[in-house]
Design a protein. Structure first.
Lengths: 265, 362, 303
């Protein structure tokens, strides 16, 4: 039996932590229905005005789409370049591997602002106009390490013998990738993609410096908050959370029957 | 032109912590087509590395591997027509038994070689061969260790390779299952006539199955010969003590006697050996005495005398530990269980089978 | 013998070279990511270095080879003190996040048996990410403020008559907010480590007569160290580089290093100084990665 310790106590503590994680979100949801200009007590009564305002605000809606667009691009980039990086780190010895590993990990510990100014300076020199794509490239660089570390860890667990068996049976590189590597890293990759998407969707620091004329959702919210238009902001955030929950429920429903653990042991 | 596999001065350096070490240090060997060859030795003797170099999974540091006279040292694994059965089975966990076995027939290299119907037929033919046709739709995690190993075997055989490589395939199975699988492997080898190259640290397994055994130690081949040669005529003390339960008693060649040799032990007692002519008179040698080649008898000339130090009941026989007189050495003697037991400390005389005792040079 | 050599020579061309093939495969996997990180990290960092050695006069960049900016980082207030303060806030956040995250990770790893429920709770940890960071930070303002929920509760309970003002606009509120925002990272990393612990280890300990606390302190806690460290490094780094919490819930003295860098860019147009600070932080980051690699190597337990 795996469980040990005082179960009621542990469950209570875990629930307290979950409550802590959701308390501000509940506050946010609550005040999105408050009939008042400001987020704060007293609660003046129920209204859906803020939601109406959100749906009327095309700039806000556009920025939600922009965020999804950027996050989608970031996920694509991090798979396209992060997966090969993890495979390279796992399977091959190449000159500069130690440095490469460190460089790849650097964005984890580096403030986004630093990644931002380095790239901003770079864009200015090569005369690249700031746009959603400059954000995508910046976030892609900063968030690629998530895919790399997750997939690399799984590949290390996988060991060599399955790949050796495949090449021994005559499989070429593509077939090894398709039939051995991909099935083994699938869940790790999916998890990393989900996390990268979530972080990108809410990324502020890199975006703050690299954003052009079009804004992502956090940038728009930032400007709304500066003007203290907070109930509308609460309404948007509530909508986004609800949307993500719906997506997750649908996803779980779709993957029903499959082993859907984040980590299979 | 030589058919089969030839290894020439094969060496492999392992970059360990600090300095490198030779995992394989100059292996020369010719493996005839259709033979069952075993590389035998303790862990770290270089047997697995040798096998992996033959498979193409390791790149030799120097030396050559020839296949039917053709240098394949630098040939990609994918192109070598040699299939391997891995110690940890290395089954693809996301595929069923059937899909695992089919894999080697569906890779691009094999495309067009078999029709869909032939693939299906072939896969089930080989699943039948390993008695797993009923488990075709299971996933590897639903199988027992022995079943997994048989899937691994079927997967290797189905592509009709001329050479099958085995890396301690029975290492993780229990003793009874190993015995059954040994018989299976011998049967399959006989039925298919492929070259089997087999790696194990288990000498019984090696003796029972192989046409020839290469005993390895420290990256070198100590002796390469038939099981009978290796057992009866070990090339050196290492092979003699690694194979079977031989005891080596120090002796000196006293002289020749027709086809045989007379050696004298440390206590002056003389033993006559038939068909030995490998040592010169006066030379110091080791006399290899196996328990099953010794028997108790009446004291007299040509007998070796000593005292029983211990006895172990083994079921099939009783094993006596006999200390030879004058500190000449210790031997083990097997005696039938229906003979009267001999007490500890009793003086005994031991007869040496002159055809089986063997001298080992220093 | 000569026929062997001859036939080998004849057929040599038909045999592909494994070494060459392997090299090509390696390049296939290695080149794209290395190229990516060269273009989007190494080159920008090199340019950052170039910038940091120059100076700005009349809002114009003048190239140079001066270490003046680097010396200023360590000698002129407030740079060094703000870096230290950011590190202190980062450290407090990391410690608090680990403390908050541990019970949930523990629960998830040891007390949830159904894999679906596990996945659900795992998702529950991730979902708060989807509520905008800004909105969540703002929600803390609502909770902690003088007219906020916490004060309303305290007043209702009769614990205080006047609104308590020490909850907001100081380092405390910054740390609380940052801890809240970054706790999911700590949960994911601690959980990953705890999940690796084989059940047989716990059963063996119990079989040897160990109680719950004993199992925890002697087995689980030591094994979980690398997960705590890995999570700690992420939460520390994220909190260290944060610039939103100080603006939203911080007080006048809770400026952090990222705020300084933004001001240097946006207000003072002092790119070289910002670049110098950036490079100092990059160096610290590389040291942190090396230290964490070393620490993980030291503390990781292999099963």
């Amino acid at each position: 039996m795996r469980a040990f310790g005082n179960r009621p106590l542990i469950i209570t503590m875990a629930m307290c932590v979950l409550a802590f994680l959701y308390l501000p979100i509940l506050v946010m949801m609550l005040f999105s229905f408050n009939d008042s200009q400001y987020t704060g007590l007293p609660f003046n009564g129920f209204t859906l005005d803020w939601y109406r305002q959100v749906f009327a605000d095309t700039r806000l809606l556009k920025s939600i789409w922009n965020s999804i667009y950027v996050a989608g691009g970031v996920v694509m980039l991090s798979v396209l370049f992060g997966l090969p990086a993890a495979i390279a780190l796992d399977r091959y010895e190449f000159p500069g591997k130690g440095l490469f590993r460190r460089i790849v990990m650097l964005p984890i510990v580096l403030p986004g602002i630093i990644t931002g100014i380095a790239l901003l300076g770079f864009y200015l020199v090569i005369h690249m106009r700031l746009s959603l794509y400059t954000i995508m490239l910046g976030q892609g660089t900063a968030l690629m390490c998530i895919t790399i570390t997750e997939v690399f860890a799984r590949l290390q667990q996988l060991g060599k013998s399955q790949m050796e068996a495949a090449v021994n049976l005559g499989a070429n590189e593509w077939e090894v990738f398709r039939h051995v590597i991909l099935p083994a890293v699938r869940s790790a990759l999916a998890g990393a993609m989900l996390i990268a998407f979530s972080i990108s969707f809410d990324e502020i620091a890199v975006t703050f410096l690299l954003t052009g004329r079009e804004n992502t959702l956090p940038m728009t919210l930032w400007s709304l908050l500066r003007r203290e238009v907070t109930p509308e902001v609460n309404a948007v955030a509530t909508l986004v959370v609800l949307m993500s929950v719906i997506l997750i429920v649908v996803g779980m429903y779709a993957s029903r029957g499959q082993a859907a653990t984040p980590r299979e042991n | 032109m030589t058919t089969g596999i030839e290894l020439r001065k094969l060496r492999k350096l392992y970059e360990g912590h600090g300095q490198g070490a030779w995992a394989v240090d100059g292996v020369d060997m010719t493996i005839g087509a259709g033979k069952f060859i075993t590389l035998l030795g303790p862990s770290g003797c270089g047997k697995t590395t040798t096998l992996r170099m033959i498979a193409g999974l390791e790149v030799p540091t120097s030396g050559q591997i020839l296949r039917d006279g053709l240098d394949i040292t630098d040939q990609p694994v994918t192109d070598r027509d040699m299939r391997m059965v891995f110690q940890d089975f290395a089954l693809f966990p996301n595929m069923t038994v059937e899909q695992n076995v089919t894999f080697g027939l569906r890779v691009r290299r094999m495309r067009g070689r078999y029709s869909e119907a032939e693939i299906k037929k072939r896969v089930f033919q080989f699943l039948d061969l390993v008695h797993l046709a009923d488990h075709a739709h299971k996933k590897p995690h639903q199988l027992s260790g022995g079943q997994k190993q048989r899937v691994s075997l079927a997967r290797a055989l189905v592509t009709d390779p001329q050479v099958v490589l085995f890396d301690e395939p029975l290492g993780s199975l229990d003793a009874n299952l190993r015995k059954i699988m040994q018989i299976e492997l011998i049967r399959i080898h006989r039925e298919l006539g492929k070259t089997f190259i087999y790696v194990t640290h288990d000498q019984d397994e090696a003796m029972a199955m192989s046409n020839a055994i290469a005993v390895m130690r420290g990256g070198k081949v100590m002796q390469f010969g038939s099981p009978r040669d290796i057992y009866d005529r070990p090339a050196n003390r290492y092979v003699a003590s690694f194979i079977g339960h031989a005891h080596i008693v120090e002796a000196k060649v006293a002289g020749r006697d027709g086809q045989g040799l007379v050696v004298s032990l440390g206590n002056g007692e003389k033993v006559r050996l038939e068909n030995e002519n490998s040592a010169a008179t006066g030379e110091s040698v080791g006399l290899m005495l196996r328990a099953e080649d010794l028997a108790f008898g009446e004291a007299g000339p040509g007998m070796v005398s000593g005292n029983v130090a211990d006895s172990l009941y083994r079921g099939e026989y009783i094993e006596y530990v006999v200390e030879l007189n004058g500190g000449a050495g210790v031997v083990h003697v097997h005696a039938r269980t229906d003979l009267p037991a001999i007490d500890q400390g009793a003086a005994v005389a031991v007869r040496v089978n002159p055809h089986k005792a063997h001298v080992l040079a220093h | 013998m000569s026929s062997i050599a001859l036939s080998a020579g004849e057929n040599a061309k038909t045999i592909r070279s494994a070494r060459r093939l392997d090299r090509r495969r390696m390049l296939f996997w290695v080149v794209p990511p290395v190229a990516w990180f060269t273009v989007f990290m190494l080159i920008p960092y090199a340019m950052l270095l170039y910038t940091s050695l120059g100076r700005v006069e009349d809002m114009r960049f003048i190239p140079g080879l001066s270490l003046r900016n680097f010396i200023q980082v360590f000698t002129v207030d407030p740079y060094l003190s703000v870096i230290i303060k950011s590190a202190r806030i980062g450290l407090m956040t990391a410690v608090l996040s680990a403390i908050v995250a541990y019970p949930l990770s523990f629960f998830l790893a040891f007390h949830v048996r159904s894999s679906r429920l596990k996945f659900l709770i795992y998702l529950l940890v991730i979902v708060p990410w989807w509520a905008s960071y800004l909105v969540k930070a703002y929600a803390w303002k609502t909770i902690l403020g003088s007219g906020g929920i916490l004060n309303a509760l305290l007043q209702k309970a009769g614990l205080t008559d006047e609104p308590v003002r020490i909850f907001l606009y100081n380092e405390f509120s910054v740390v609380v907010t940052l801890t809240y925002i970054f706790t999911p990272f700590a949960v994911l990393s601690i959980y990953a480590q705890l999940e690796r612990i084989p059940t047989s280890l716990i059963e063996a300990a119990r079989n040897l007569g160990a109680g719950g606390w004993m199992i925890f302190w002697r087995i689980i806690a030591p094994i979980s160290v690398p997960g705590v460290v890995a999570g700690g490094i992420i939460t520390f780094s994220l909190a260290f580089g944060d610039f939103v919490a100080p603006v939203l819930v911080g007080g006048p003295d809770s400026v952090m290093i990222s705020n300084i860098v933004i001001n240097l860019l946006g207000v003072a147009f002092d790119w070289p100084m910002a670049a110098a600070i950036g490079l100092v932080i990059i160096t610290l980051g590389l040291l942190l990665i090396s230290a964490s690699g070393w620490l993980e190597e030291k503390t990781q337990i292999r099963f």
